[in-house]
Design a binder for this molecule. Structure first.
Ligand SMILES: [Zn+2]
Length: 482
């Protein structure tokens, strides 16, 4: 499902930086997930809190070498001023009084312009941002990377990049307290940096930043979409030098930092990362980048997998019918719907096939008519199927809690689909499939995290969190979303 070359903050480019993650269980391990909240904060949209630089922000007294001091440099320097303030508070508070020292060098460059040599490498064509421990510097590409992110996801997306790089600086400055050693693999350092970025965004969302603000609904959705954008290609080996994680992993690390703060990030070590990382090489069986054609035969196999996952519930398992996604009575959703009156899941095979077709090179998910990948289609079917299970328990199907429960149960099914009983009739998940679920949940009209009427939970953050809870521990779906 990968469709473009990795951007900075990602991939091989960062191998040379001494860049320097997660949390056992879920970012939020206890208590209810409140559909009206994002890690305890109220869900806001951009008409309530406009995401971006604040009006009348204080002047920034930082400068960068080689800067043109245009919009992108101003944005980067504003982010850094904020990050200095954040870490000036957090580092001593969370790490035994250690004082945060500002970076020794800040460097702006244009990957299309005159090449510089930084960190023993040329900036010609280097669409990236990076931290270099050799001279304690952060450098960013003001020519392509930052404007592209701004165009696609807004200004806070560029702030995410700087927050990630300062996360690496923090690792370096913490030394042994960061848990990082010479032997630590890139993936652990990257997970920590994403996590530290999440902690910083919590501070912004809490309203503590003088320069930026962000809404927890639409605003954070775009940040999670940024994490998606800078993911590694599916099939990357997490043990490879330079691995940064799939979207599933990067979004997790960001959410963990957002929910639990920097101390949690410093506890991300090899063992913790190994236990949950989704990034792995394609196996021999994973043909076509792990994507199969979504057709009648695959849908039949998904039904087998769903029956397997939910037979113990005692519910009367629903039948699947390809009739263009129309319920006999009442409302239908597209491209799949659950019809309570006759306990069927009806679907539109053609539309599901389109959703299940990964983007071509150069296309991006979210463009009109561009699909996501097979797993997005299968998970949408699973989401409607779980309505039968919920109905059997006499749970309401038409509110936000039902939408979250649906995401949770779909996650629970995904775990079963990962290690299915063997046999000819099974489909097995492949690397990158969870990213396809994440992509679906970051779209405006996610079905995975929607109630019976197709109304999704507002915050993408809560959608992904609920799915992950089910994936990690199915029992929690009923405990938390009763
Ligand atoms: Zn990094």
């Amino acid at each position: 499902m990968r469709s473009y070359l990795p951007l900075a903050l990602a991939g091989a480019v960062l191998v040379l930086v001494s860049c320097a993650s997660p949390v056992p269980g879920n970012p939020k391990a206890e208590g209810d997930v409140d559909p009206g909240s994002v890690a305890g904060l109220p869900v806001t949209n951009d008409d309530q809190v406009r995401s971006g630089p604040r009006d009348g922000a204080p002047k920034v007294d930082l400068t960068a070498e080689n800067a043109d001091n245009g919009d992108m440099d101003q944005l980067a320097l504003g982010a850094l001023a904020d990050l200095y303030e954040y870490w000036g508070e957090r580092m001593p508070a969370d790490f035994e009084g250690q004082k945060f020292e500002p970076l020794a060098r800040l460097v702006s460059y244009d990957s299309k312009g005159k090449a510089l040599r930084i960190c023993q490498t040329s900036t010609a064509g280097l669409v990236n941002a990076f931290y270099c421990s050799l001279d304690d510097s952060i450098a960013w590409d003001r020519g392509v990377l930052l404007p592209d992110l701004d165009k696609q996801f807004g200004k806070m997306s560029a702030v995410t990049v700087l927050a990630h790089e300062v996360g690496h600086a923090v690792q370096f400055k913490l030394g042994p307290k960061s848990g990082i050693t010479q032997a630590t693999k890139t993936i652990v350092k990257e997970q920590q940096a994403d996590c530290y970025a999440g902690g910083f965004f919590r501070w912004i969302a809490d309203g503590k930043s003088k320069r930026f603000q962000i809404s927890t609904g639409e605003g954070l959705n775009k940040i999670l979409a940024t994490m998606f954008f800078i993911r590694d290609p599916a099939g990357t080996d997490a043990n490879k030098q330079g691995a940064h994680g799939l979207a599933w992993d990067r979004v997790y690390a960001f959410q963990a930092g957002f929910s639990n703060g920097p101390k949690t990030c410093a506890k991300m070590d090899q063992k913790e990362v190994d236990a949950r990382i989704s990034e792995e090489k394609f196996a021999e069986r994973d043909k076509n980048q792990g994507n199969v054609k979504v057709d009648a035969d695959k849908i039949r196999k998904i039904k087998i997998s769903l029956d397997e996952a939910f037979k113990a519930s005692g519910a009367k398992l629903p039948e699947l019918k390809d009739n263009g996604s129309r319920c006999q009575d009442g409302k239908s959703t597209e491209p799949v719907a659950y019809c309570p009156s006759d306990n069927t899941v009806v679907l539109d095979g053609k539309k599901l096939a389109a959703l299940g077709t990964p983007p071509k090179r150069g296309q991006e998910i979210g463009e009109d008519g561009v699909g996501i990948g097979d797993f997005a289609a299968f998970a949408e079917i699973a989401s409607r199927y779980t309505m039968a299970i919920q109905k059997n328990s006499n749970l309401p199907l038409d509110n936000e809690k039902a939408a979250l429960r649906t995401a949770c149960l779909t996650g629970a099914w995904a775990k079963v689909a990962e290690r299915p009983a063997s046999g000819e009739n099974v489909l097995r998940m492949s690397p990158g499939d969870l990213d396809e679920a994440v992509a679906e949940m970051l779209m405006g009209k996610s079905l995975i995290a929607a109630d019976i009427n197709g109304d999704p939970v507002k915050a993408g953050f809560a959608r992904v969190e609920a799915f992950r809870i089910g994936y990690t521990n199915a029992k929690e779906c009923t405990a938390r979303f009763a």
